[in-house]
Ligand binder design. Structure first.
Ligand code: SDX
Length: 392
């Protein structure tokens, strides 16, 4: 029977589904959401509008966008009992672990499964997820700082709310810097979907058993946390800070990354699909210069990143393997300039990726995809007789 099975670890050559949501061309570095180029969307659209596009398939009319924003605002108050859950975590808990737990805990307060065949039910559940995820995503930082948990302010926009949920204090009036809000909005757009990446495939896999939307998103958060995936944006900054502490010697780290006996990898470099520049990395690299300039931030880490990139792009090992900077290489430098702590970087990736996860989950359910259940090639023991313990 194993003759019928094609082994494909990591699914490098397996198409898991048909999808109308995102188009990637790894050779040419092309990324489109529902046919619109990422360059166009990043410069002309905004994150809530792009979320609508990904989830419902079309750019919203003014009336559709207004209804979408209004419906999200219906759900921005998180059940106060959720605070008992976050209070149970130590202050040192990693934000991604807390976010995965709190997202799954939302099921406890929304036990009724989404009826995907009921358009209104699906629409309300989508808006509820977008609303509550943003609020709970900021809670770990607030607890770690000993700050009170903030509430969403329905008088402000979604991205402004991320900043006030994170940084507003009862003692002072808070207003997010428009430069920061504009840059974050663009970064969230660039992270919004990326076809069948590890965390999205996880959301689809979990959802294929008809587990709830919150449970599926929670699984996606856990998959994204890994340093080979979304967790790379935190790992990049830790790597750059280590290089800085070692006198900025990028060549030493290039050599480490090439050394087969050393498990060290150049974080923020390489990609399963892009064998050319990640188009998002290009936009983010430019945004890093613009945002740090606008904020008047001089960060030597940015210069180290550019030196490291240059050294890698000129190195045969990286060139021969088509290794280029990916979405995670420069994003953390912008987050850092905004005053966002490194441990929160992957949480920002999750906030950006949420609409993509929702869109892909919805498509999978509406297309009645079968439950995910791959096979294997068995290489274990043949049949053998049981041995009593005194015979072992
Ligand atoms: C994201 O899939 C997505 O779309 C993900 C994502 C999204 O939007 O959802 O784009 C977001 O996760 C971006 C990637 C973030 N991860 C990192 O930056 C971590 C560092 N990069 C890698 O570990 C790696 O490049 C991956 C995980 C991104 C891709 O791994 P693959 O496709 O399984 O490639 P591989 O591990 O088989 O590597 C191929 C070769 C190997 O060398 P050889 O065995 O052929 O000699 O390239 C080498 C690897 O050792 N290599 C690296 C390297 N990445 C690959 N060597 C040094 N440094 C690196 N970063």
């Amino acid at each position: 029977e194993t003759g019928a099975i094609t082994l494909d670890p990591g699914y490098k050559n397996t198409g898991a589904c048909e999808s109308e949501i995102t188009f990637l061309n790894g050779e040419e570095g092309i990324l489109r959401y529902r046919g619109y180029s990422i360059e166009d969307l990043a410069s002309k659209s905004n994150f809530i509008e792009v979320s609508y596009l990904l989830i419902f398939g079309e750019l919203p009319t003014a009336a559709e966008l207004e209804k979408f924003e209004k419906t999200i605002k219906k759900y921005t108050l998180v059940n106060e009992e959720m605070k008992n859950i976050i209070d149970g975590f130590p202050k040192t808990a990693h934000p991604m672990g807390v976010l995965a737990s709190l997202t799954s805990a939302l099921t406890a307060f929304n036990p009724k499964a989404v009826d995907v065949s009921n358009e209104k039910d699906m629409y309300e559940a989508i808006c509820k997820t977008i609303a509550k995820f943003l609020v709970i995503a900021t809670w770990t930082y607030r607890k770690a700082m000993g700050y009170p948990l903030n509430y969403y302010d329905n008088a402000q926009g979604y991205v402004e709310n991320f900043m006030q949920l994170m940084f507003a204090l009862p003692t002072d009036k808070y207003k997010a810097d428009p430069v920061v809000v504009g840059a974050l909005d663009k970064l969230f757009i660039l992270h919004a979907d990326h076809e069948q990446n590890c965390s999205t495939s996880t959301v689809r896999m979990v959802g294929s058993s008809h587990a709830s939307l919150f449970a599926s998103i929670s699984a996606g958060v856990s998959a994204l946390w890994g340093p080979l995936h979304g967790g790379a944006n935190q790992a990049v900054l830790e790597m750059l800070e280590e290089i800085q502490n070692n006198g900025g010697d990028v060549e030493k780290y290039i050599a480490k990354a090439k050394d087969k006996d050393d498990s060290f990898r150049l974080m923020g470099f390489g990609h399963r699909v892009y064998k050319n520049f990640d188009p998002r990395a290009k936009i983010i690299k430019k945004a890093a210069d613009d945002v740090l300039g606008a904020l008047g931030v001089e960060d030597p880490i940015l210069d180290i990143a550019k030196k490291l990139e240059q050294a890698a792009l000129e190195d045969e090992y990286f060139k021969s393997r088509n290794l280029y900077p990916n979405v995670d290489f420069y994003s953390g430098i912008i987050y850092r300039a905004m005053g966002i702590p490194t441990q929160m970087f992957t949480v920002l990736f999750a906030i950006g990726r949420l609409p993509g996860w929702i869109a892909q989950w919805k498509e999978m359910r509406l297309r009645n995809e079968p439950i995910g259940r791959p096979r294997q090639v068995y290489i274990g023991e043949n049949l053998r007789d049981f041995k009593a313990i005194n015979e072992r």
